[in-house]
Design a protein around this ligand. Structure first.
Ligand code: F6P
Length: 538
């Protein structure tokens, strides 16, 4: 292992390293047909196992030399050193001067992770216990609403990481839900979202979980105020403590909003929003699937954390997949990455990964503020198979752009329609084969497939809470590895601030409320004028 100091990591651009030179020196056109015919054992050799996941990267355009060179780059970039710094609670989020410890959320009791001299694991388990007690009471009906009726509907109000994680996991784990409890997720400030959810709900049987790390997010507070008015119109002010709980790091703002802080579930500033589904932000999920299943969910992620922390780099799944992503993005120049779950329950997984990856690694400057010298985070997108096959796969097979894809599938479904499932999985496997090898039809260019379109296939026996936890941690650590290579801060999100600031300035211009004079460009002014002259406020 190369010894590197923190300062060296922050200031050294990997592009100028000998390891990078060795990697780029291996770039030459290779077809997967050639790679497979030259190595009959490739389909077995290029598979790694981690917990319940079987990860097959044989259909990526790498060979042993490229893999070794990629690991050399990871070594030189100090991936292991930065990973250890994360697990040790160091302030690796440098622009916000914070540790990055979502891994502590799934650390078992008894282990310790110290942040600024304090072990955070006991506090994590205290909150998990409080969440568990509360979830059990809602689940068994002993927590009742203001009229004495039990809760049948939980509405999570949050956005970004305070929505996408729990909403994705609630859908993913539908087989494990409590039969008498339904959850809804309201995120968008578009009133159509909350109006659609509230319509048809009974206030006496509805609980709101207001989820916001900062408790200052305008969308969430606007939706929370609307929900509060809807409830108190029906049941009076006194009903709020029985129907509103908060999940946040910000006690003062929760109290200011009027939620009893006894009904607040805490998390900590060292949990990034997009890494928070396993914190109290998962409360709605826990109410739905129960504390035991939630514990299994955490244990799945922890198993992957342990693998990431201890496996040698060449056998370390997040490292290998992260580095293959670097090969695809920075050496082969592929700009996007498709995530294609062959599981309807994972329909929101690509959207979840969009925030995880694009908010983490969509950066243009390095840790020391200097501009990056190569492309950073890919554009992540996707839809469940087989629907996507009848929409955008045409481009994947015959378009001019190459889109590396992750296929995710399971041996066993939660439903009884085995025939459907066999067809589903046949399609998954067939797509990876067709993309990789294509088909030549001499004299028929429109019907020919060039192939050589890379993919990774991730399989597991079944989509359980643990397996979902494993998938989440796998992608979190892939993002981490790539952030190390690019030398960026994967844990801040300054890029979302400007739009928020400008929206706050524009709002009074639209409503006509008093405001300071604001100068805009001619396009923005015309958009504001158009809206004002077409708005009916009666
Ligand atoms: O989009 C920016 C962001 O800060 C995300 O990182 C975060 O998940 C989301 O807003 C919601 O923030 P909060 O949980 O503080 O309401």
């Amino acid at each position: 292992m190369v010894e590197v100091s923190d300062n060296e990591i922050m200031s050294t651009d990997i592009a100028s390293s000998p390891a990078w030179g060795r990697l780029t020196g291996l770039a030459r056109p290779r077809h997967l047909r050639e790679l497979f015919s030259g190595d009959p054992d490739r389909g077995r050799r290029y598979v790694l196992e981690m917990a319940d996941l079987r990860v097959d990267f044989a259909k990526q355009t790498v060979d042993d030399d490229i893999l070794a060179a990629l690991i050399g780059v990871a070594d030189e970039a100090g991936v292991a050193q930065r990973r250890d710094a994360m697990f040790a609670g160091e302030h690796i989020n440098v622009t916000e001067d914070r540790p990055v410890l979502h891994v502590a959320l799934r650390t078992p009791q008894g282990a310790s992770i110290t942040v600024d001299g304090q072990d955070v694991v006991p506090a994590v388990h205290d909150v998990l216990r409080r969440m568990g007690d509360f979830a059990d009471r809602v689940r068994d009906g002993s927590w009742t609403g203001a009229t004495g009726q039990r809760i049948h509907t939980v509405v999570n109000i949050g956005i970004g990481g305070s929505d996408l994680g729990p909403a994705m996991a609630y859908q993913a784990l539908e087989a494990y839900r409590h039969p008498d409890l339904t959850a809804h997720f309201v995120s968008n400030v578009d009133g159509a979202n909350i109006a659609g959810v509230l319509a048809g709900l009974d206030p006496a049987q509805t609980m709101f979980v207001i989820s916001s790390k900062t408790f200052t997010t305008i969308e969430t507070l606007t939706n929370a105020r609307t929900a509060r008015a809807w409830l108190t119109d029906a049941l009076g002010e006194g009903s709020v403590p029985k129907h509103f709980v908060a999940v946040s790091t910000n006690v003062d703002e929760v109290a200011e909003f009027g939620i009893d802080t006894a009904n607040m579930f805490e998390f900590w500033e060292w949990v990034g929003g997009r890494y928070s589904v396993e914190s109290a932000i998962g409360l709605t999920l826990m109410i739905s699937i129960g504390p035991e299943r939630f514990t299994e969910f955490l244990a799945g992620s922890h198993a992957v954390d342990e693998h990431f922390r201890t496996a040698p780099l060449p056998k370390n799944v997040p490292v290998v997949l992260g580095m293959i992503g670097v090969w695809n993005a920075n050496v082969l120049g592929f700009d996007t990455k498709a995530v294609l779950p062959y599981a309807q329950e994972l329909a929101r997984f690509p959207a979840y990964l969009q925030q995880l990856d694009m908010e983490s690694n969509g950066k243009s400057v390095r840790l020391d503020g200097s501009p990056v010298s190569m492309a950073t985070g890919p554009i992540v997108w996707g839809e469940p198979g087989t629907n996507g096959q009848h929409a955008f796969y045409q481009l994947l097979h015959q378009g001019t752009r190459v889109v590396p894809a992750d296929f995710i599938g399971f041996a066993n479904p939660h439903h009884a329609y085995r025939e459907h499932h066999d067809l589903l999985v046949a399609n998954l496997i067939a797509q990876t084969e067709a993309l990789a090898f294509g088909k030549d039809r001499p004299g028929e260019p429109h019907r020919s497939f060039a192939g050589n379109r890379p993919s990774t296939t991730i399989l597991a026996p079944r989509l359980t809470p643990s397996v979902l936890g494993q998938l989440i941690a796998l992608y979190e650590h892939i993002v981490f590895v790539q952030g190390c290579i690019w030398g960026i801060d994967s844990f801040d999100q300054w890029g979302v601030e400007l739009g928020k600031e400008l929206a706050n300035r524009i709002t009074p211009e639209l409503t006509g409320e008093p405001h300071d004079a604001v100068e805009h460009d001619s396009s923005t002014t015309a958009l504001i004028d158009w809206y004002r002259s077409n708005t009916r406020r009666d």
